[in-house]
Write a protein that binds this ligand. Sequence first.
Ligand code: SF4
Length: 385
Amino acid sequence: MENNLTTHSDVEEKIQKYKFNTSYFENPEQLKKDIIEKKVIPHQVEFQPGPLGKKICWLSCPYCYGESAINNAERPSTERLVELLNQIADGGVKKVTFAGWATDPLNSKSIDDLLETALKRKMIFGFNTKPIKVSDRFIDILKHNKIDPQSWISLSIDSGSNEIFNKVHGMKTKAPLYDKVLNNVKRIKDVNMPNRKFDVSAAYLLNKFNSSKKEIEKFIFDFKNAGCNLLRFSFAQPPRGLVDKEQIETVPLVDEKNKIMNEIKDWINSFDSDNCKVLIIDPDSENDIFYKNRTLPCVARFVYPTVGFDGRLYQCSQSAAPNFKDTEIGDLKTKNFWDLYYDYDVSDFIGFFKKSGELIKKSGCRCDRKEHIVNTKISKSGLFE
Ligand code: SF4
């Protein structure tokens, strides 16, 4: 049997991760001490590489948190991105994630070099992607390198057919994008199985277009067979910049979420098995963060700073675009990572977080779930404000 979920604690850890309960720092006291002494090292650094051009993603998801991004023409070269990743590894960062703000990491010409560098440096990697395009070299790199087993690829699928895939991702085309994605996931499976080297999970954001049992069952069948060891059903968060406009049909409000949950929760849970966990969660209701903009004080820049598509260092994954010029940490095209990362003055510790909180508020950012949850732990400690 293909099974990487061998022990109870393995299973529990993975479930907690996908319920956003990972611990990103030891405790608030230690984090505060490390920040003051400039010994803090980020839990992870995120890279959001993107292609040049006006439209930088291959899809047009109406719920995308990057839909409101200002796109400029600044892009770092692949050589510079690789250099930066090496600097980050030299400084002791163990994990790099690849995602996108208004784009997809696999839509970048730099991604193969970045993956290869991460593996050479023995880093844990994570990907958030809708893998419409996966190069042969990408597959080859996964095949021929040793991979830290904590590494993962998280797929965002949200459908079980071409028609619904295109509908929920805002695509007017009839192109068989679901088939394309599924085929790419099977290519990844070929290098990942039978002795699994890394986790592959698939997410399904439920809404009124895709919550029929037929659609869901097809997705579960396809992606279990394509080598996923976790399938996660939840709901989209309202995206930044669009929340005050008319309701987005793919972001269900509380009543609709509850209705979908009541109708299919037990049925979805019945697909759960040892070799592929199947979860359905509503983290916004559980943590009371639906429609909440952000949680302050914010420690993101110390815990998971992000390299934006324009080659600048930003506070977090959700504020990594030129719209957030006022809260950016600096330009990595001309300065080195650690010079920027440690460029802060916390001689007035509380004053520092108060001031940065004011700038952050003005920027109009919107936390994702992990950011709300991490900042809530900080806020509850009372040590940063
Ligand atoms: S989105 Fe959240 S984590 Fe990011 S800068 Fe704003 S408050 Fe901080």
